[in-house]
Every structure is written in structure tokens, then in C-alpha cells.
Design a protein around this ligand. Structure first.
Ligand code: SAM
Length: 248
């Protein structure tokens, strides 16, 4: 019988092992995650996340789910946009990332309206039709069963709700792609080695970006899960794409 395998960076592993290995990796990087994000993206991830907020139709009183929310950057942006009148649930498979995010929010004096739930994106433990907006930033490529995660998000969204998927994607411009490859495969593992003392995890992060499906494929997967009017917006030449869809 053929074994059910999936990618883990450039390696092939058993599908049932991926969530555990990805979670272990994020336990290892959690303490340095925010610093490394700023260094690796030269601060650009803040702009990408603001752009995602900008197109997500979130307003006062909205109920938002931040899937694979990690240290809660998106969640805090949503809360600020709602002016304290609304609720954001940060869910993530990894407890260390959630703890980092909770501590960061508390340090910033933010606690009202924020909830944390440890959960696998493939089977979100919420009632159907619960959220006005569901966002997943830089999480989808880490999930073992992406169609299951998209379907679970679809189920938890209210009719009329918006889904936002932010992910590293495929760079269309050849010159930019060559520079980006050089930067990703040479510099990022070095930063991981010297700053986070964890070269292997940052090598995985780079490899997982290359293995992630391109913009058109992710759009087709979202449509297959049931989302309507799916479109995407390339940022920084396609280094990142924001996908948006609706439950209608
Ligand atoms: N959304 C945050 C951000 O934009 O900074 C964190 C992104 S981080 C690159 C990816 C996150 O996905 C990690 O916190 C990791 O624990 C989480 N993750 C990985 N696999 C997951 C899964 N199957 N279900 C839920 N979260 C998952």
C-alpha cells in the first residue's frame, strides 16, 4: 500500500507527522519569532499585514478569527480597527506561539476583546457561522491538509463573511525571483543561525515557501472549498499574495 506523504520543506514525510513537526519547529522559534520576522522581511511584513487588514471589510462590532495567528500581529490590527468594539479569536496549533502573543498583547496593554484557542486549522473547534471575517496570515503553507483547513474556515464563516489568506507566493518577475532566491537561501538561514541559533528551522521556512502552491492554485483551492468571488492581490512583486473570498 502506498504511504500518504506530504512535503516538509523540500523533504517528503508522512502526512500524519507534519503537524507535529511543524508545531515543534514553531516551539523552537517562538521566542525570536517577532524579531526574526522584522529582520527577514526588513519590516515589510507589517505593511503586508496592514494591506490585508485594509481589504478585509472588518468594522466596529465584527467577530474575527485569526487562524494560525501565532504571536497575534493580525489580531491586534483587527482590534485596533474595531476601536475596541468587537472580538478577535487567535487560534494556533502551537501553545508557545500563543503564549508569546498573549504576553506581547498584555505588555501593550491589550486584553479586552481578545481570546486564544489552541487548535489545528484543519478542524476548527467553533460553531458554524460564527465569524464575520476569518484571516490566515502565513499559516496555510504549514498545514498538512490545506483543503481541510479551507473547508473548516468556510464552515465557521457567516454568510456574507470575508476570508483573507495572506501567504508567500510565486514571484513573476525573473530578475526579482533570482535576487529573492539568493536572499532566501543564503541570508535567511544565516540570520536563523546567528540570531535565533536555529538554522534548520529557518531553512524549512524558506523551503516551505518554495513548495507552496502559486496564486492561481490557491485561488482554485479556495473556490473548491466553497468561497465565492475569489481574487488575489500581489504584494512586493508576488513575494506575498493576499487572497480574498466570500461566503455568499
Ligand atoms: N499569523 C502569524 C503571523 O502572520 O505572524 C504567524 C505566522 S507563522 C509563520 C505560522 C503559524 O502557523 C505558527 O504560529 C504555527 O504554529 C501555525 N500553524 C502551523 N500549522 C498549523 C495548523 N495545522 N493549525 C493551526 N496553526 C498552525
Amino acid at each position: 500500500m502506498q504511504e500518504n506523504k506530504t512535503d516538509f520543506g523540500f523533504a517528503r514525510i508522512r502526512t500524519e507527522d507534519k503537524t507535529r513537526r511543524v508545531s515543534a519547529l514553531f516551539s523552537s522559534v517562538a521566542a525570536n519569532y517577532d524579531l526574526m520576522n522584522d529582520l527577514m522581511s526588513l519590516g515589510l511584513h507589517r505593511l503586508w499585514k496592514r494591506q490585508a487588514l485594509h481589504i478585509s471589510h472588518v468594522r466596529r462590532g465584527s467577530c474575527v478569527l485569526d487562524v494560525a495567528g501565532g504571536t497575534g500581529d493580525m489580531a491586534r490590527l483587527y482590534l485596533a480597527r474595531m476601536g475596541g468594539q468587537g472580538r478577535v479569536v487567535v487560534s494556533d496549533v502551537n501553545q508557545a506561539m500563543l503564549h508569546q502573543g498573549r504576553d506581547r498583547s498584555l505588555d501593550l496593554g491589550i486584553s479586552a476583546g481578545l481570546d486564544y484557542v489552541q487548535a489545528n486549522a484543519e478542524s476548527l473547534p467553533f460553531a458554524n457561522y460564527s465569524f464575520d471575517c476569518i484571516c490566515m496570515a502565513f499559516g496555510l503553507r504549514n498545514v498538512s491538509d490545506k483543503p481541510a483547513a479551507l473547508l473548516s474556515m468556510y464552515e465557521k464563516l457567516k454568510f456574507g463573511g470575508t476570508v483573507i489568506i495572506v501567504e508567500f507566493s510565486t514571484v513573476a518577475v525573473p530578475v526579482l525571483r533570482r535576487l529573492y532566491d539568493l536572499y532566501s537561501f543564503k541570508l535567511i538561514p544565516m540570520l536563523g543561525k546567528f540570531i535565533a541559533k536555529d538554522e534548520a528551522s529557518y531553512r524549512y521556512l524558506v523551503e516551505s515557501i518554495r513548495m507552496h502552491p502559486d496564486q492561481e492554485t490557491v485561488s482554485a483551492m479556495m473556490e473548491a472549498a466553497g468561497f465565492c468571488r475569489v481574487e488575489y492581490f500581489n504584494l512586493s512583486g508576488g513575494i506575498v499574495a493576499i487572497h480574498r473570498g466570500y461566503k455568499l
